[in-house]
Design a protein around this ligand. Sequence first.
Ligand code: AMP
Length: 298
Amino acid sequence: MTIERLPDPASARTWCAEHRAAGATLGFVPTMGALHDGHLSLVRRALLENDLACVSVFVNPLQFDEASDLASYPRDFEGDAALLQRVGCQMVFTGTLAQFFPGELRADGTLPAERLLAPGPCALGLEGVCRRGHFEGVATIVDRLFDVTGPDVAYFGQKDFQQSLVVTDLARRRGAPRVVVCPISREPSGLARSSRNERLSPEERARAACLSRALSLAGRAWLGGERDAARLDSLLRAELERAGVDVEYATVRERDRWSAGTPRGAIVAPVALVAARVGPVRLIDNHLLDEPWPEPSP
Ligand code: AMP
């Protein structure tokens, strides 16, 4: 079967509605493209659990706080469609901001600020502080993507841990869809797969492995009995600083009780989260400390 490549959200809306009306269950994977094995693991899961899977490829300007990051974000719709075809995905669509928000943009092509959705309490702290307006942009486009596709289940990656909390909360407030959060796909070095990795030089890519190294060290400390949140924070930061990357944050949170700051004292079910700049690229990663460090994916 050839994958359906749809150029705009209106045709995607029709495609999804027709298949839902015919009784098919639909899994949906929102992406910004430049697809890698991490994205494809979400699509495979969607195919496993639904009759059909569809993917959006849209570099959402609403969620970028740096013009240079938006401009340099890799784009390859035809390459993405070919990869999706190979894993058996039935439909991929894209669109422009104007097509996603018809009649709503201002003359300068931006969405009025009052039209942005409030992303809820999980947007406080970390990414919500380092990337001002990021989660408002994420919540606004994800809400619209859910409207367009009306899926049974939407698949997100744990790679963007705080985002997974924000969209799970959004889906709960909307009443649908069910959200599934999938494990992080890593390169053999441990580096979390990311579209932005394409912009790392070989030397930077080697240095970037310090993010996952710091997380696995924190995991080992946790399994060895370390429960103090501040000490886990220090351990993470020290490992990143040793590698000479520019640390934005290195910290732990309770995974089931999000807080803007580091919890005080002993922690119960921790997620460790790091963000650092390596050369021109800002990278994020995280690890659920009570789970074993994953074997490298093939
Ligand atoms: P993006 O294209 O970066 O917006 O990512 C689209 C979806 O893929 C998001 O839900 C991400 O969390 C997920 N994703 C990105 N990288 C990975 C990865 N290495 N492993 C698993 N999921 C990922």
